[in-house]
Design a protein around this ligand. Structure first.
Ligand SMILES: Nc1ncnc2c1ncn2[C@@H]1O[C@H](COP(=O)(O)OP(=O)(O)O)[C@@H](O)[C@H]1O
Ligand SMILES: [Mg+2]
Length: 257
């Protein structure tokens, strides 16, 4: 019996795709991790714009910025979200993390000991089946589950299982003031998410000792795919979007945060 090869997803950010041998295996759940302002939202908006151009259906679940802010963000990069929304390829939707936490609570108490809950109603709009999903951010959801470590973990496990069985390629943003792997200890929540995910992309805020700042990006993990292990320069460019320089290593004295 021959095993069917998993098709690869190209982000369309050419410099980034050069870091991968072929692309992101479709259906992978990829964490996009980085500090505040590092460019996580911008990177994901660029990825979804490229995906829409190729006719993929994309859902952007925002727990942070309202829909119009995301549209403006895209327009600053020279993208036009509205025609894609009209075509039914792009759905930008803002959610309230507390609502999600409450719904999950309710589902879990109904399900009693059963850990299997149907996430569909609290996750994906009924009339929209995405190929690509962006969640911005897991950190916002996590903070709505205050004191409910276990419940957040169950929710995450269900979310990853749901995405896998529906073959949805996902980009799950995680805001970390200090990327987890740069610290000596992992937080419980972070560890659970890293363990469940198929891939991790890290975006860094770079501080040079001369006082200037920059950005950098790295692929830390990508299950089932060969990739370049390098921290390279990353820029957000007006009218262009996310630009990755796959050959440009950081120079001089700097610190990553
Ligand atoms: N059109 C643009 N051109 C250049 N830089 C931009 C543009 N849009 C956003 N940025 C920069 O990106 C930063 C925020 O990026 P964002 O993706 O929202 O970060 P994060 O989601 O990681 O917090 C802003 O502080 C701004 O400096
Ligand atoms: Mg953001």
């Amino acid at each position: 019996m021959t095993r069917k090869r998993i098709p690869r997803f190209k982000t369309g950010i050419s410099g980034f795709d050069k870091l991968l041998k072929e692309g992101i295996p479709e259906g992978n759940a990829v964490i996009v991790e980085g500090g505040p302002g590092s460019g996580k939202t911008a990177f994901c908006l660029h990825v979804l714009h490229e995906a829409c151009k190729k006719g993929k259906k994309v859902l952007y679940m925002s727990f942070e910025e309202p829909e119009d802010r995301l549209r403006e963000h895209m327009e600053d990069f020279g993208f036009q979200p509205e025609p894609m929304e009209k075509k039914g390829l792009l759905r930008l939707k803002r959610f309230n993390a507390l609502d999600i936490a409450r719904s999950v609570e309710a589902l879990l108490s109904e399900a009693k000991k059963e850990l299997l809950i149907d996430l569909h109603p609290v996750l994906i709009p009924k009339d929209f089946k995405p190929d690509i999903l962006v969640v911005d951010s897991l950190s916002s959801i996590s903070s709505a589950f205050t004191g409910e470590e276990n419940r957040f973990r169950i929710y995450m496990e269900q979310l990853f299982r749901y995405l896998e069985s529906n073959h949805i390629t996902s980009f799950l943003i995680r805001e970390e003031a200090h990327p987890a792997h740069l610290r000596s200890t992992y937080t419980d929540r972070g560890e659970a998410i890293s363990f469940l995910s198929d891939g991790i992309i890290v975006i860094y805020n770079v501080i040079y000792t001369n006082g200037t700042r920059g950005r950098a990006i790295e692929i830390l993990k990508m299950r089932g795919e060969d990739f370049v292990r390098k921290i390279v320069e990353f820029k957000l460019v007006d009218k262009k979007g996310a630009v990755v320089f796959p050959e440009k290593l950081l120079k001089g004295n700097y610190q990553l945060t």
